[in-house]
Design a protein around this ligand. Sequence first.
Ligand code: MN
Length: 505
Amino acid sequence: MNKQQLLTSAAPHYTQDQLLELEHAIDVATNAHEGQKRKSGEAYIIHPLSVAATLVEWELDIDTVLAGVLHDTVEDTDLTLETIESLFGQDVAFLVDGVTKVSRARSGMRSLDSYLPATKDNLTKLMIAVGRDVRVLIIKLADRLHNMRTLEHMPPEKRKKIARETMEVFAPLADRLNMGRVRVQLEELSFRYMMPKDFARTKTLMDANLKRSQRKLTQVEREVKTKLTEEKIEFKMDGRIKSAYSLFKKLDRVQGDITRVHDLIALRIIVDDLSTCYLVLGVLHELYTPLFDRIKDYVAQPKRNGYQSLHTTVQTSSGQIVEFQVRTQEMHDYAERGLAASFHYNESKLTDAYKKGTLAELPENLSWIRELQTAAAQAGSDQEFDAENFRMNLFNDRIFVYSPKGDIWDLPRGAYVLDFAFRIHSDVAARASGFKVNGVMKPFSYKLEHGDTVEILTSNTASPKPEWKDYIVTNHAKEKLRLQLSRQKRALFSNMSARLKRRKH
Ligand code: MN
């Protein structure tokens, strides 16, 4: 991918002015990454340009594409967010900042592996909290897709780790965004690197059976086409081939017997409107015998991620079992590109919601984002749910600070060094005698800044003090301090009474 290729692929989708901006962004990013190389030995700029090309392919708005071009500059080069804002505006800077934060959060969460049992969920939660503009997550998906496509250049031990993370975090994320095609691409690539032997075996089995299935399907396809044309129904028809990963999972459920997998190829019929979908279903059931337990009406009852389609499995007169998927063009776009497609359909609506920073204004089919954020916040907090606090924790800016080992912790903006100490461990906080921030001693009254590296100095003679209350803001720290102080008081009291008792005797 080079500058010219990206501009050419973008040309049909954007205005002349927008294309000039894109060219400008490419030049700025190329300059910034000058001299940097990828693991493959290629110039680094190929990566952001590939990410941007994917975003163009997904038909995202120009700001997202510009942010794709610039997505690694703040993290990896001297370019600052301020410069990006002055050159490309607030929205692009906001998106680049979001992507940078998600990267930092991710690398931090990875090093938390040993502390947190539910890392996957925490990571997903953190990504959503940090990337609160969905477009940030879409850029991350495009980024991950390119990294997976070039994974062979990574050292073998890293490949499996990255592939696993992709399978556990990014593919489900794509699924939640209903970006079906991306989910499948990510799963296929992960599968290949995580379980190379199973991947190869499944592929071989699939190729052998595909030829046979395809031959048989030709007849069915012809019959359906003739019938639909007779009925004067306008349609497009194609075959969708099951992914190797999805086949691998299915084979497990049918004891490895591929002849029991009926949707190795499904025939997909795309029509103009919803009522025609049902009409086509009727025609199919007139032609063939429906296997009644296998009709799935995802139009009346869309999947949780918004997927809509009618699925039916039928048996032909020659005994062949075929799966059909019937949907409108809009449903099809949404099934393939999910949220990215809804930018196409609802762009102004979405952009407004983002500008106002209110997820409440998201279109109905995106309400899961809100649900997910609520669920994530509830699962992630050990306090009782409190709506005001939830809002503050999730939507107000979080800051990320680092331990000297490079572990990352997210805290609310305005948190003090003691909040950090209590997050690490309340016993560590209890023995805190001082703090070094970025290598310099700081008082207990120091408020943390995004990106600070904090070292906690401890001493065995140190103990929690009531005046610490003035230097903490998080509920977690307040609660822990309260417990420690009351325990201290009790200990003091029982010491005193023990002494008094001794004196009496
Ligand atoms: Mn990247």
